[in-house]
Design a protein around this ligand. Structure first.
Ligand code: GDP
Ligand code: MN
Length: 394
């Protein structure tokens, strides 16, 4: 029996506030936010929050990516919010479009039809490009001619970095992060860190699991326990998941993907994982299947399935101490007992709303911990403590 991804394999890096070690050596890392000019205010909210809770101590650069030229106002305001450490890049056109070999008219028609069918954002062409881009975009045929430099993780602006912390507009960080997560991940040999795990919307990706298991079989990959954890949660009763939503995720051997996935709008990851031959091969295979356009395969599901197949459970870290909110979903840790920040480094807002409890690990969390940090519709428990007797096998 392969070890399961239980808490034993993945303890929190720290369980109380630390005195931020501002003199310690940093990792080769960057904070990355893809955004639109129209999201200026929401982007500012995120940057203000991460600066106040983390980056004012650790001072990592913040890379902003856009498929359109940046407005001067966005650059000026966000650079200021990011403490002057902003870098503003435009994604090359050929990376934000359909691959050469796809039938664009058919793809566009499909996108319109998906919009009517109602999977989130599935009717927006840009959203499909975004998901493909974050999954590991290559520039189709052009890529064969102009060296292999057109993948997201090998974007010129990203190439020199090993680690990234993905940000999105409209995010709140609600606890102080008083240690360097990149340093800790490197030290503990982690490749992927997350905060929230959710159920993917079934109709966005009816063919994704088939394609994935086909690739896995093609490569003769062995079973991983993390992978089976994602499979076995499928029997969890959940009011919004009908029988129909999971049926398409059953493969030839009867295994079922539960649709549980890491919510990739928060990601702290080693980009070398995504740059690896195995991951790139997986992406290429999926891309050829056309599902980024014929369906609305999300980068979150793609990253999660890849991590499940290609990473050891020990290499995955749940940042359960990081308070995080995006859209209506959030993680709110309880505060550690007496885990106050040293006065010299206290936050402007000094109101710990999250209760201090024995076993709490948050540092100055300002979120409302009374609501709990792990809603029933989240699938986090299934990934961390997959103890259901019904196990998926692959
Ligand atoms: P959701 O969080 O999945 O509901 O979708 P979002 O609308 O937040 O999009 C996810 C991320 O992709 C955000 O960082 C957006 O700014 C970005 N994004 C989505 N579509 C586009 C686009 O057409 N252009 C650019 N530049 N960014 C986009
Ligand atoms: Mn978003």
């Amino acid at each position: 029996q392969v070890p399961r991804p239980t808490k034993d394999l993945d303890a929190p890096f720290f369980t109380t506030c630390q005195e931020p070690d501002v003199t310690a050596e940093r990792e080769n890392a960057v904070l990355v936010m893809l955004a639109r000019n129209s999201e200026r205010q929401k982007a500012k909210r995120t940057i203000r929050s991460i600066e106040a809770h983390f980056n004012k101590w650790f001072e990592y650069p913040v890379l902003f990516l856009n498929d359109q030229p940046w407005d001067a106002r966005f650059i000026a305001e966000l650079n200021k919010t990011a403490g002057g450490r902003g870098i503003f890049e435009v994604i090359p056109k050929e990376q934000w479009t359909f691959p050469d070999w796809i039938d664009q008219d058919a793809a566009k028609e499909s996108i319109i039809a998906q919009g009517h069918a109602g999977a989130p954002h599935a009717g927006k062409e840009g959203y499909h490009h975004m998901c493909r881009f974050y999954s590991g975009c290559k520039g189709g045929l052009v890529n064969l001619l102009i060296i292999k430099s057109r993948k997201f993780y090998q974007l010129e602006a990203l190439r020199k970095y090993k680690w990234y912390w993905r940000l999105e507009p409209d995010v709140d960080f609600t606890c102080a992060v008083t240690y360097d997560p990149f340093v800790q991940m490197a030290k503990h040999k982690k490749v992927y860190g997350y905060t929230i795990a959710l159920w993917e919307v079934g109709k966005s990706c009816p063919g994704l699991f088939h394609a994935t298991t086909a690739w896995k079989t093609l490569k003769g990959l062995p079973s991983s326990s993390l992978w089976s954890a994602m499979m076995e949660a499928s029997w969890m009763p959940f009011p919004f998941r009908s029988l129909l939503s999971w049926l398409p995720h059953r493969d030839a051997s009867g295994d079922v993907w539960s649709l549980c996935h890491f919510w990739s709008n928060f990601e702290i990851a080693d980009m070398d994982f995504f740059r690896s031959r195995a991951y790139q091969d997986y992406f290429e295979y999926l891309d050829r299947k056309g599902g980024f356009y014929q369906e609305r395969w999300g980068d979150a599901a793609v990253h999660s399935l890849a991590i499940g197949m290609l990473a050891d459970p020990q290499q995955v870290h749940h940042f359960e101490d990081i308070g995080y909110r995006h859209a209506k979903f959030y993680q709110c840790p309880a505060n550690a007992l007496g885990g106050q920040l040293p006065n010299s480094l206290s936050l402007a807002k000094n109101k710990p709303w999250s209760p201090e409890i024995a076993g709490g690990i948050g540092c100055r969390c300002e979120c409302d911990g009374k609501k709990g940090s792990n809603f029933q519709p989240y699938c986090l428990d299934r990934l961390k403590q997959p103890n259901s007797p019904k196990k998926g096998r692959l």
